[in-house]
Write a protein that binds this ligand. Structure first.
Ligand SMILES: *[C@@H]1O[C@H](CO)[C@@H](O)[C@H](O)[C@H]1NC(C)=O
Ligand SMILES: *[C@@H]1O[C@H](CO)[C@@H](O)[C@H](O)[C@H]1NC(C)=O
Ligand SMILES: *[C@@H]1O[C@H](CO)[C@@H](O)[C@H](O)[C@H]1NC(C)=O
Ligand SMILES: *[C@@H]1O[C@H](CO)[C@@H](O)[C@H](O)[C@H]1NC(C)=O
Ligand SMILES: *[C@@H]1O[C@H](CO)[C@@H](O)[C@H](O)[C@H]1NC(C)=O
Ligand SMILES: *[C@@H]1O[C@H](CO)[C@@H](O)[C@H](O)[C@H]1NC(C)=O
Length: 501
């Protein structure tokens, strides 16, 4: 066996793999096990034919009154035999217990005495991920615009180079309610660039993994360069030209823009600037012969691989003695990873707003960690919508909007939430791990109104006359904003006469 052509080996391997595949049960591609048997009068599998046959349309003999009446006793039944309910599902729907559908086969849209079984068609994965949409608490009412977008449903745009990276976005095209902010999840390979560019929106960013070298130029001609790593933040005001380069282990970061219709497809790239101006003009502008422009890229670069950035950032520190550098309170970065969190029972919070990061003058953010069973308390923001990103774990939010609508949304890591100014909401951890989330406001200071604190600091008579709450409850209200409240890790404990907290 001195020499066997490669093609023959491949063929042999292919035959071997095929026979193995045939011996095993066929993989059920596209079959999530949800729907089988008859539906809409079709009973799969339908017979396979080799030539077209049968009519494309029926005729008037099938019109009601002309056609024979069906017999409901023998028709395909919509009864679901022995539906399986999960813990908490039979409890009063007003309790609104979190329903863990993960092992329900299949889940059913039932709460207490409301709802009924679901004979299909459906795809269980959606319902398991969204139990509060599928089997809502009965306190939900009316209409609330869609407040959740999972990045997992976003189109992913590749960089224009070998494995250089990608970016996927949430904006008001996919989440129409999000009119004031949009977000992008971006990946850069080691030393890959997000091309030099600018845009009309302000760009606030949180590094999630790895490190990025950011470089920018202010409109006064001041330069800026810095390295930021996981947990750090940068901000570029509208129009400020900047570039990003992943460092040796690459990076993934979250960008938040102050325009709801921001799109990664709409940024001003330096390559396009050069491609879209007459070469005569480039030659004049940069005082260079036309030949100097012969190697310009033929298309935009967007995300592409670069030469390794020197380890020593000083080597890339271009400065102009007259204009100087962007520094101090004008700095475009904030090393938020070094900030000590404010710890509270049930979690922790870190706030970053213009009080400490002035350049991002409309961006106020909170990085909140909520332990299992605990909850970011019921609150609202007085002057801004809230753009929320779930960085880890899972949670749910009920948005209450005046006068009398509410709806509950479920979230998992990579999900964007959006709550309009004034709408009350809480964020409850629905998982068994810490829930980590970022709340972003368009406000000069991070503030909220806490319902618990409001009740505590309002004359007792007013509260008692209004809500008829007992003194024991009013006695224990916190005068400080709790921010996060502790809770029972068993979210269905109330169904068994347990407690929620
Ligand atoms: C009309 O449709 C019925 C039911 O499919 C069929 O039995 C009948 O032959 C059709 N009549 C004509 C004129 O095609
Ligand atoms: C760049 O140089 C300026 C002026 O010397 C200095 O203030 C600044 O800290 C330097 N930046 C970096 C990242 O080294
Ligand atoms: C930044 O601004 C704050 C608040 O106005 C001030 O207290 C602080 O001294 C300033 N810091 C720098 C480095 O300029
Ligand atoms: C939900 O149920 C699954 C499967 O039974 C379990 O592994 C998971 O821990 C449960 N989640 C919570 C939050 O209880
Ligand atoms: C949570 O509480 C419910 C109601 O008491 C109980 O049925 C269930 O077993 C508990 N779950 C866990 C994981 O302890
Ligand atoms: C629920 O708890 C209350 C007080 O703790 C008790 O009086 C009642 O009997 C309990 N009910 C059930 C069904 O266990």
């Amino acid at each position: 066996m001195k020499y066997i052509p490669k093609a023959l080996l491949c063929l042999a391997a292919a035959i071997l793999i095929q026979s193995l595949v045939l011996a095993l049960p066929l993989p059920q591609i596209g079959n999530y096990g949800e729907n089988s048997g008859p539906v809409v009068g079709v009973t799969p599998p339908i017979p396979t034919v080799t030539a077209a046959s049968g009519p494309l349309r029926g005729n008037s003999s099938l019109l009601g009154d002309n056609a024979p009446r069906p017999n409901p006793a023998t028709a395909d039944s919509a009864i679901v035999p022995s539906p399986q309910l999960v813990d908490g599902q039979e409890a009063d729907g007003k309790l609104g217990l979190y329903l863990n559908f993960s092992s329900a086969n299949p889940p059913q849209p039932i709460r207490g005495d409301r709802g009924n079984t679901d004979p299909g068609p459906r795809t269980f994965a959606y319902e398991k991920l969204n139990p509060d949409r599928y089997a809502p608490p009965t306190t939900d009412k009316g209409d609330i615009p869609q407040a959740m977008w999972p990045m997992g449903l976003s189109h992913n745009r590749y960089g224009n180079d070998h494995n250089a990276g990608w970016a996927r976005q949430e904006n008001n095209e996919v989440l129409p309610v999000a009119s004031k902010m949009a977000g992008v999840d971006m990946r850069l390979a080691p030393f890959a660039y997000r091309e030099l560019h600018w845009h009309t929106a302000g760009e606030w960013a949180l590094v999630m993994k790895g490190c990025v070298r950011v470089a920018a130029l202010s409109d006064e001609g001041q330069t800026f360069i810095d390295d930021v790593c996981a947990g750090d933040v940068w901000f570029f005001p509208p129009g400020i030209p900047h570039s990003l380069q992943g460092l040796e282990s690459g990076a993934e970061f979250l960008l938040v823009f102050d325009e709801g219709d921001f799109t990664e497809e709409g940024t001003f790239l330096v390559s396009e600037l050069f491609l879209r101006n007459p070469v005569e003009v480039l030659s004049k502008d940069l005082h260079a012969p036309v030949a100097d422009f012969k190697d310009l890229p033929h298309d935009q670069l967007y995300i592409f691989n670069g030469s390794p950035a020197p380890r020593n950032i000083e080597e890339q520190n271009v400065t102009h003695s007259a204009e100087g550098v962007v520094s101090g309170n004008g700095s475009y970065t904030y090393h938020w990873s070094l900030q000590e969190p404010h710890a509270v029972p049930g979690g922790s919070v870190k706030i970053l707003d213009p009080l400490t990061f002035p350049v991002a003058k409309t961006f106020s953010a909170a990085l909140v960690v909520v332990q299992p069973g605990a909850m970011r308390e019921i609150h609202w923001h007085t002057t801004s919508d809230e753009w929320t990103f779930f960085l880890q774990g899972s949670g749910r939010i009920t948005v209450f909007s005046a006068p009398s609508s509410s709806r509950t949304f479920d979230f998992t890591a990579g999900g964007v939430g959006y709550v309009r100014q004034g709408d009350s909401h809480y964020i409850e951890n629905t998982g068994e791990e810490d829930m980590i989330l970022l709340e972003v406001l368009q406000a000069p200071k991070f503030t909220d109104v806490s319902v618990a604190q409001w009740l505590a600091l309002t004359p007792r008579q007013i509260i008692k006359d209004t809500l008829h709450l007992p003194d024991s409850l009013l006695d224990s209200l916190p005068r400080e904003k709790p921010i996060v409240v502790e809770g029972n890790r068993n979210l269905t404990a109330l169904a068994g006469n347990g407690t929620a907290f």
